[in-house]
Design a protein around this ligand. Structure first.
Ligand code: R5P
Length: 317
């Protein structure tokens, strides 16, 4: 198989990390041949001045319920709305809490159907002499998602882009890819984008080799944007061989300076923005953190300058 051969010959690959991919006629990577409506929607998600975005992710409730920091979205997230380029959310929160007068792009959660307490059987074993964790297919692990809205609903809610979880390497890999390609087929009829979200199963390593595989598969199958985690090693090879924009997820809460360093490094290594949740809304001072992240993404602040901005704003209350 080509992929397995490729993995064996890792050192022979050339990712051309020093050669940016050309995007003639449109500011966004890989998007220059789309139709007008899709380009216009993507121009709301990504700022045309720099091709970057700060997406505020608060869709966690779709499988986690009232996540810490999201117990009352009206109290904790609405004050952050002015500083986001795009709001990543569920249709339930959009209708019940977000003012319809918002001018922000909407990244609408379009997959779901299982929860963090879904029944599953897990056990530890070994692969090639190394310890590994397994989840038993058929016990509905978290990866057993479906599409969770139809395209008419996405149009009613004026979505710019639909977010769908894809579980490469999991028991439900095929099904989650089918969810994504079904959404791409439906959304592309109306010029709405699709963002494939790399969901890492417990048995998968969070390294650049895995994210290259996952992001490239999603792009090849039609995702307009791909979201994945940052890797300390080889992140530039992920962005380089993915032909569409990559945004990074924030992941679990980090100290503010570390989250700013991660954002900075991701942007410098080819990411088109961040889609960040907990590192903003679980911060001691979410508005100051949001502004600092914006500074790093849109104003090329260094992490240290961003952190100084964060502390300065925080001290002024
Ligand atoms: C999780 O599956 C959700 O899609 C979140 O939007 C995503 O994980 C980003 O949020 P965070 O920065 O908290 O990881």
């Amino acid at each position: 198989m080509a992929d397995i051969d490729g993995i064996k010959q890792e050192k022979q690959k050339n990712f051309f990390t020093d050669v940016p991919q050309a995007a003639p006629g449109f500011f966004l990577k890989g998007s220059h041949q789309y139709d007008w409506g899709l380009k216009n929607r993507l121009s709301k998600v990504f700022n045309p001045k720099d091709g970057r975005t700060v997406m505020l992710a608060f869709d966690h409730g779709y499988f986690q319920g009232p996540t810490t920091g999201l117990e009352r979205v009206d109290q904790t997230i609405l004050p952050l709305e002015p500083y986001a380029d795009c709001l990543m959310l569920t249709r339930g929160i959009q209708r019940s809490v977000i003012p319809a007068s918002t001018q922000k792009a909407i990244a609408l959660r379009a997959s779901g159907g299982t929860s963090m307490v879904s029944p599953m059987e897990e056990w530890e074993g070994e692969i090639d002499g190394k310890k590994a964790k397994f989840a038993r297919p058929g016990f509905e692990p978290l990866s057993n998602e479906s599409t969770a809205l139809n395209i008419e609903e996405a149009i009613r809610l004026n979505a710019s882009i639909l977010a769908v979880q894809v579980f490469i390497g999991s028991a439900y890999e095929r099904q989650s890819l089918k969810n994504m390609t079904d959404l791409v087929d439906a959304a592309s009829r109306y010029g709405i984008g699709v963002m494939g979200v790399v969901a890492v199963g417990r048995a998968m390593a969070r390294n650049s080799q895995y994210f290259r595989l996952a992001t490239r598969i999603m792009a090849e199958l039609g995702a307009n944007v791909v979201k994945c985690y940052y890797t300390e090693e080889g992140f530039e090879t992920i962005t380089s061989c993915c032909p569409v924009p990559i945004v990074i997820a924030g992941g679990k809460k980090l100290p503010e300076l570390d989250a700013l360093k991660m954002s900075y490094n991701a942007i410098q290594q080819g990411a088109s923005g961040v889609d960040m949740g907990r590192n903003i809304f679980q911060s001691d001072d979410p508005i100051s953190m949001m502004k600092a992240v914006r500074g790093v993404v849109h104003e090329n602040l260094s992490p240290e300058q961003g952190y100084e901005m964060y502390n300065d704003l925080k001290s002024k209350g």
